[in-house]
Design a protein around this ligand. Structure first.
Ligand SMILES: N=c1c2ncn([C@@H]3O[C@H](COP(=O)(O)OP(=O)(O)OP(=O)(O)O)[C@@H](O)[C@H]3O)c2ncn1[C@@H]1O[C@H](COP(=O)(O)O)[C@@H](O)[C@H]1O
Length: 90
């Protein structure tokens, strides 16, 4: 997750043209682009869970987590903020 987040941060900084991640940071809809994606991915995740398809559920969870990490980066946060919150509940 740390390596993926570092890649996301690099895409935010360098904005390569062929990068999907960079396209989320420069989207005309602003942060709504990634928020919409999170909505779609959560629906797909729920459908995979209902079908009890483990492979599909893992794939949809990965899609959701990736877009969540992009959102955290957009907000100037990082995975440590998420982990700190989880630890505070432990
Ligand atoms: N983990 C991901 C990842 N998960 C999902 N996606 C993209 O998220 C997009 C939307 O997912 P969907 O399931 O909705 O795909 P879709 O059905 O094609 O939907 P649309 O794109 O048509 O809306 C797809 O284009 C996926 O490729 C990701 N794109 C990138 N990453 C990671 O980010 C890294 C950098 O990627 P780039 O920014 O593209 O260089 C990659 O090496 C990966 O590690």
């Amino acid at each position: 997750m740390d390596a993926l987040f570092e890649t996301i941060e690099a895409r935010k900084r360098d904005l390569p043209e062929d990068s999907y991640t960079a396209s989320l940071f420069t989207h005309e809809k602003g942060e709504n682009a990634v928020l919409e994606k999170l909505g779609e991915e959560s629906t797909e995740l729920i459908l995979a869970a209902k079908d009890d398809e483990h492979e599909e559920l893992a794939a949809e969870s990965a899609d959701f987590l990736y877009h969540l990490l992009v959102l955290l980066s957009m907000k100037g946060m990082d995975p440590d903020d998420l982990l700190a919150e989880l630890e505070s509940r432990f």
